[in-house]
Structures are given as C-alpha cells and as structure tokens.
Write a protein that binds this ligand. Structure first.
Ligand code: DGL
Length: 262
C-alpha cells in the first residue's frame, strides 16, 4: 500500500488530497498544513525559501511517505527544486494549468487566478513562454480569495460579494471581456469553485490541476507493499491551531491530527 504526503500552507491542498484518494482509493493519503505560517501568498520569496525545504524534509522524516505532493502553487513555483534537493522521495509539484488552458481556449485569451506570490513568479513567465505562445494571459493575484476559501472550509460564513469583488478585475477592459478560460492557480480556489464561477461571465470555464497532479503522483510513486493504517494530518502552529482545524480536517477524513513545530 503506497503512502503519500500532501502538503500545503493550509486547507487548499485538501482539494488535491481528495483527487488523489479518488484516483488511488487504496493509498494512505496523509496531509500536512503549514498553518502556523499561513498564508504563503503574501510572504516574501526569501521567507518561503528559508522555510520550505527544511520543513518538507522534517515532514518527510516524520510521515515517511513514498511520494511527497506539494499541493501549493505558491510553494511549487518558487521552491520545487530546493525541496527536491532536500528529500529522498519523489516530489510532485502543483503549477498553474497554463498548457491545457492554452490548448482549449477559443478566444486566445486566458485568465489566471492565483495568489499575489504566484502571479509575480518567473516560473509563470516561463510556463507562458513555453505553452501559451501567441495567447494573451491575464493574471490576477488575490490574497482575499485564499482567506475566503479557508473560512468556508472551516465552516464560517462567506460573502459572494467579496468573491465577486476579488474576481471581477480579471474581466475589466476589452481583452478581459474575451477571456473564455480561467485557471484556478491556487489549490484553495476549488474550495470556492461555485462562488468563483458565479463571479465570472457565464461563458467562462474554470480549470484546475487536481486530476493532473493526482495522475503524476501515481506515475512517479514507487510500488511498495506497506501495511495499511489510518491517514494522519500534521499541522504547524501549535495545539490551538490543531483545535481550530480539527472540525474541517475531520470532514476530509482526518481524525488523527499531530502538531509539528519547527
Ligand atoms: N494553496 C496555496 C496555493 O496553491 C497558497 C495559499 C496561501 O497560503 O496563500 O498557492
């Protein structure tokens, strides 16, 4: 039985953990949330670079997965190479679905919704150069949407008007009106997919990377015969954070929650 560890800054990676459980129902899918350092989208590159490789190495030591899934665009577009250099298991990243968006757009104009960190990454420039040559890509970074998604999954009330306020600027201007595909380039956003869809013009289609990441994890994971056990969630930020996250993690099947502090 293969063991995966799915990692994110908060609850967003649960959308990837769900896809992985669907695609590989016999796997043990552990989860790790760096909730003590959440949100990543507004941290500086230097702060994230200093934290991510060491934290991921410590989590891998603790959970002993066969494959590590970085279920966070903000982390993957900055630190995938550094994380790979620190851990001995295969590492799968989550990066914006620009390639499928460029293949599927009819108008040639694509929207990207991501965190403020992801929208300014050189990695995104590179993806555009490689896969979206000749297309127009309009980026919108929003920390507000991450916060709204996190509140929703914790069972708190959210406001459609705030979602609309965050999404609407993508469609401002002549080119914006021609966007036909919006890439959900933050793993938190599928948690508020319906609200984001309601904030877009009706012809707009949303795409994300969940299925592709799950497929890649299955492809690179070594075949192992480990014994079955209950999936575990790890959180940073102390016992108070664990208590705050327990109800939401429970809804995603995580009953055992351990605190990791670094
Ligand atoms: N879920 C993360 C992503 O995919 C980042 C959210 C945050 O911590 O700002 O980018």
């Amino acid at each position: 039985m293969t063991r995966a560890l799915v990692f994110d800054s908060g609850m967003g990676g649960l959308t990837i953990a769900d896809e992985l459980r669907r695609a590989a129902p016999d796997w043990v899918v552990d989860y790790a949330a760096d909730s003590g350092f959440f949100p990543y989208g507004v941290k500086t590159d230097a702060e994230l670079r200093a934290r991510l490789p060491g934290l991921c190495a410590a989590l891998v030591d603790r959970a002993k997965p066969d494959v590590l899934v970085i279920a966070c665009n903000t982390a993957s577009t900055l630190s995938l190479g550094d994380i790979r250099a620190q851990v001995k298991v295969p590492v799968v990243g989550t990066v914006p679905a620009i390639k499928p968006a460029a293949e599927q757009t009819r108008t040639g104009i694509i929207g990207i919704l991501a965190t403020p960190g992801t929208v300014r990454r050189a990695y995104l420039d590179e993806l555009e150069r490689k896969y979206a040559d000749g297309k127009t890509v309009i980026r919108r970074g929003s920390a507000g949407l991450v916060d709204i998604a996190e509140r929703k999954v914790r069972g708190q009330s959210i406001d459609q008007e705030q979602v609309t306020y965050a999404v609407k600027p993508l469609f401002d201007g002549l080119q914006g009106q021609l966007i036909d595909i919006v890439v959900l380039a933050c793993t938190h956003f599928p948690l508020i997919r319906d609200e984001i869809q309601a904030a877009c013009p009706p012809h707009v289609r949303l795409i994300d990377t969940g299925e592709a990441v799950a497929r890649q994890a299955i492809k690179v994971a070594p075949k192992t015969e480990r014994s079955a056990r209950e999936a575990v969630a790890y959180v940073t930020g102390g016992a108070a954070n664990r208590a705050a996250m327990a109800p939401a993690l429970g809804r995603f099947c995580y009953v055992t929650i351990e605190v990791v502090d670094l």
